[in-house]
Write a protein that binds this ligand. Structure first.
Ligand code: CLF
Ligand code: SF4
Length: 498
């Protein structure tokens, strides 16, 4: 009997990025690299279920203009790069990091990502890193840049033991670049159009090479802009991979007129879920892909997908009385318990695949299924449907279960008297979950259950507290056994809505 692969043994772009599995996808990496990524919520998809990151907004200036950015715009409901609420000095930033470290023991990474470009503000950025290396050596340091001044800063980055650098590379062709970057500020001059884009691209590529030569892990972020660089990003992926980038994160453009960005005002659309996934899959042939990015604010705090920034405004931080010694012990204990959970989950993952593979051998041609998962973290299904602000999307097939992204939704259950609105909100959620055939959560009310079912999405609350991939595999096996997948998906939806 042919054995089907257990999750994580599949080959492909996601395997070493950590995308797609609770099993040990990092196992093939050399130990020194594995150590650098295993607790980093952005560099390892599996780690993002367990560990948190925070950003400190110490870098106000930027040396380029992107058509998707307006740094003057500041809205508490925003969730996109280049938006910030509270600019900090390096001293304030360090205080804030220590306060968060004491209160969120799973916070393992401190990133500087704005609100401008961290390397266009080298004094503020490196002073923050210098103090943190001294005061919080257990926290990994991370930086994200547009790359224009990167080659000049590589040695300084090395001095501060920074193992993770993100470069946003949207193109390797200046013609494409001229449509994204109206100007750059270079050698005290504003350089516009193609000429500016060419310099930016050269600096990005040079910086990438210098970092990888020095063993620093480079993640490349690319914003997918339909009609502008979408068809070009496969080429970008190939080029950056050839130069040693560790991970590629293709993110959707977020552009709304009210943001006041050029693209927003001009009505440039972002990609659909399907367009994004298709491009990520194409790039994955050449590159490890990140698919769990939440396009964080420059002052984000907490697990990816949650923002606890309001708990740590500077006025609140100043009032906190923290016993750092006790806090550091608490961090160590908490992280040890996370590791025990992760180990247990890795050991468990294979079990459901034994069941799945015995069915899959018979039904090798069975179509894949998308499932939406409600979780607050920990790698398990532990959230009430009505409390979910986002759903993780997994694809189950006869050969594996893989994470493919997340979808944000409005909260269905807001409590109080707002339930009059619930029907509309529920309809929006159902639209957002388009393409999914099951939703797995810890609990769900009668009304949403009924409406989801009518829309062809089967609610399932039977796998509460189970590891996500194990549960997805089990539900997929049940669907095969019950003949649900014998009906083509389209017909199934038609029947459901009839
Ligand atoms: Fe921050 Fe970026 Fe470091 Fe992560 S975020 S500087 S690598 S610690 Fe992560 Fe946020 Fe996506 Fe960035 S989810 S926007 S990829
Ligand atoms: Fe905005 Fe960042 Fe672009 Fe600068 S590099 S314009 S801060 S998105």
């Amino acid at each position: 009997m042919m054995e089907l692969p257990v999750v994580g043994q599949e080959q492909g772009g996601c395997s070493s990025s950590g995308c797609g599995s609770n099993s040990d996808q990092l196992s093939h990496l050399p130990e020194n690299i594995r150590d650098k990524v295993k607790d980093h919520p952005c560099y390892s998809e599996e780690a993002h279920h367990h560990y948190a990151r925070m950003h400190v907004a110490v870098a106000p200036a930027c040396n380029i203009q992107c058509h998707y950015c307006n740094r003057k715009y500041d809205c508490a409901n925003e969730s996109r790069p280049g938006v910030v609420s509270e600019l900090l000095t390096p001293d304030q930033a360090v205080k804030k990091v220590m306060a968060v470290a004491a209160n969120i023991p799973q916070m393992t990474v401190l990133g500087i990502a704005g609100p401008g470009d961290p390397l266009a503000n080298p004094e503020r950025t490196f002073e923050t890193f210098r103090q943190l290396t001294e005061k919080a050596p257990d926290i990994k340091l991370c930086v994200s840049t547009n790359g224009l001044s990167l080659p000049d800063q590589v040695e300084e980055l090395c001095k501060h033991n920074i193992d993770h650098v993100t470069i946003t590379i949207n193109c390797v062709d200046p013609e494409v670049g001229a449509k994204i970057y109206p100007w750059i500020f270079w050698n005290n001059r504003r350089i516009k159009g193609r000429k500016g884009a060419k310099i930016l691209i050269e600096q990005q590529q040079k910086g990438l090479e210098m970092l990888t030569e020095r063993g620093i892990l480079v993640k490349v972020n690319s914003v997918m802009i339909p009609g502008v660089n979408d068809e070009h990003l496969e080429e970008v992926s190939k080029v950056v991979k050839a130069k040693g980038a560790f991970l590629h994160n293709v993110m959707p453009l977020i552009a709304e007129a009210e943001h006041g960005t050029f693209f927003g005002v001009m009505g440039q659309r972002g990609p659909t879920h399907d367009e994004l996934q298709t491009l990520q899959d194409k790039c994955a042939g050449d590159m490890n892909m990140m698919r769990h990015c939440r396009q964080c604010r420059a002052d984000a705090v907490g697990m990816l997908g949650e923002d606890r920034g309001d708990e740590f405004t500077m006025d609140k931080v100043e009032m906190m009385d923290i016993d750092y010694e006790a806090a550091m012990q608490k961090r160590a204990d908490y992280q040890a318990s996370i590791e025990a959970t992760r180990d247990a989950q890795k050991n468990n993952t294979g079990e459901s695949f034994i069941a799945l593979s015995s069915i899959g051998v018979r039904k090798k041609e069975t179509r894949p299924v998308l499932m939406a998962i409600a979780t607050t973290g920990g790698g398990v299904i532990n959230q009430h449907f009505g409390h979910a602000k986002e759903f993780l999307i997994y694809e189950a097939s006869p050969t594996d279960v893989r994470f493919i992204g997340h979808r944000k939704v409005d909260l269905y259950c807001t409590g109080g008297d707002t339930c009059g609105d619930a029907e509309t909100t529920l309809q929006k959620i159902i639209r957002t979950l388009d393409g999914c055939e099951a939703v797995l959560c810890s609990k769900i009310g009668y009304e949403p259950w009924e409406q989801l079912e009518q829309a062809g999405i089967q609610p399932n609350g039977e796998h509460a507290m189970e590891p996500i991939e194990q549960a997805v595999a089990a539900v997929y096996a049940e669907m095969i056994e019950n003949g649900v997948l014998d009906t083509p998906k389209e017909n199934h939806e038609l029947q459901a809505s009839a």
